[in-house]
Design a protein around this ligand. Structure first.
Ligand SMILES: Cc1cc2nc3c(=O)[nH]c(=O)nc-3n(C[C@H](O)[C@H](O)[C@H](O)COP(=O)(O)O)c2cc1C
Ligand code: SF4
Length: 431
């Protein structure tokens, strides 16, 4: 299904407009921001950055704040196993920019920012030239769109971490949400800010042009629309694909990823590092917010990493907890101490030096690692560790007793490169 990720990259603005691009912007100027917010609410669009928060509700809440407004497009794409935002920008930067401009006009913002990693040099360039074309065509005269490059840190993707970077500081998450304490302009004016993911905003032109009912023709009642998924790890061909929400996870693994090597089965499948890992018996679960929620897991940002049955779950726990520990900034001690404890203790289980106290200590950290947290990193650690210790308890015991399949030299599954022609990302998976 191709609503936001076209089959071929859009070559220039003429091609974008020739296929109907720009109509959403014309419509918001015609019907006004409030009617657009109503349509986005009716569409049921949920944020694609990880939490699935309803976009129209976020916009309405921010628009009603008694402050000037700004919009931020989150293009940090730091979630392990996820590369879809880079593809969306590669294939159709015009749609992303149109979404940013519509969001700005809808909530009454005169300035918008796109926060993106300096390392994503190709996408920075693609966005820059698309913005120049759209500006020259007079499409975005009423919104100033600024591109801000940022660091590789995981926390640059946290919405308030991104606000800090835009204001010239390190990406240390704030206590207060962006709709209450958003960006402060260079002139010192405080604003209420909407932060949305690239994919969320790429969905906006279609909703505004064709309407909420059209958007709901794909997906489920509670998860309308499509989502751009990434599949990587132990599949034959890692890939990126736009699918209707509600499609079974098995289609992503076997239809898009072309399955596992002969004789291999999935051991665990994770959607980023913030949700409970899934077992082989759960791979027919529909890719929807409600179905994933019902089994105590989540869609995250749609990046699914497959580990086959040669994998020790404790090694996965060690490597991913290590990623979170390094990413944690330490502003909230339970987060830094808890991620450190999980990394060390999973590591001890792997090294066969763990005692019963180490397991008890991990179980004790599960309810505490999230205490007084400013951002969702600690929640991710809790879900990941609790999932491994609970869902995969028998495998943890097997590792303790020396009966696990051995250790593979896993690394955090970070996308290092991607091939914009055939949508086959390269995800660094083994160290
Ligand atoms: C540790 C952490 C990392 C995150 N990284 C990203 C990211 O790379 N890109 C992104 O869009 N959202 C990321 N988020 C979610 C953002 O904080 C925020 O919820 C999102 O940008 C809101 O947009 P949405 O409503 O369109 O999903 C991250 C959250 C956490 C807790
Ligand atoms: S929860 Fe963790 S990563 Fe987030 S602000 Fe607190 S210490 Fe930093």
């Amino acid at each position: 299904m191709e609503r936001i990720l076209p089959r071929e990259p859009v070559p220039d603005l003429d091609a974008y407009r020739g296929a109907g691009g720009g109509e959403g912007l014309a419509r918001v100027r015609e019907i006004g921001g409030s009617a657009v917010i109503d349509e986005v609410k009716k569409s049921g669009l949920r944020g694609r950055g990880g939490a699935g928060f309803p976009t129209g509700v976020k916009w309405r809440g921010t628009a009603s704040e008694d402050l000037p407004k700004t919009v931020v497009c989150n293009a940090a794409e730091g979630e392990p196993g996820t590369v879809k935002d880079r593809y969306l920008i590669d294939y159709d930067p015009y749609r992303v920019i149109e979404g940013v401009a519509i969001a700005s006009l809808a909530i009454g913002a005169e300035t918008a920012y796109i926060g993106i990693k300096t390392r994503f040099a190709d996408q920075v360039q693609r966005l820059r030239s698309a913005a120049v074309e759209m500006d020259a065509a007079g499409m975005v005269d009423d919104v100033e769109i600024r591109l801000v490059e940022g660091p590789d840190d995981y926390l640059f993707g946290v919405e308030t971490g991104m606000l800090e970077v835009i204001e010239g500081r390190d990406p240390l998450p704030r206590l207060v949400p962006p709709y209450v304490q958003g960006l402060t302009t260079p002139a010192g004016v405080e604003t209420a800010t909407v932060v949305n993911n690239v994919e969320t905003l790429a969905n906006i032109p279609g909703i505004v042009t064709h309407g909420a009912d059209w958007f709901r023709e794909a997906g489920t009642e509670s998860s309308p629309g499509t989502m751009v998924f990434t599949v990587s790890g132990d599949v034959r061909t890692p890939g990126v694909a736009e699918l209707p929400l509600g499609t079974p996870l098995s289609f992503l693994l076997y239809g898009v990823g072309e399955g596992l090597e002969a004789g291999r089965r999935p051991k665990l499948v994770i959607s980023g590092v913030s949700n409970r890992p899934l077992t082989a018996s759960e791979i027919d679960t529909p890719l929807s917010y409600e179905a994933m929620d019902a089994i105590g897991s989540g869609l995250g940002s749609g990046g699914f990493i497959v580990y086959d049955d040669t994998t020790c779950v404790v090694e996965v726990g060690t490597v991913l907890s290590g990623f979170l520990q390094v990413g944690s900034c330490g502003q909230c001690p339970p987060c830094k101490l808890g991620t450190t404890a999980f990394t060390e203790k999973f590591g001890r289980v792997m090294a066969k030096t763990a005692s019963d106290d180490d397991i008890d200590d991990m179980l004790g950290w599960i309810p505490r690692v999230t205490d007084a947290n400013r951002c969702g990193l600690g929640v991710g650690q809790r879900n990941l560790a609790a999932g491994i210790l609970d869902t995969f308890a028998a495998d943890v015991v097997a590792c303790v007793e020396g009966r696990c399949p051995g250790h593979r030299g896993l690394a955090p599954p970070l996308p290092t490169d991607h091939d914009p022609i055939n949508r086959r990302p390269v995800v660094r998976f083994l160290s």
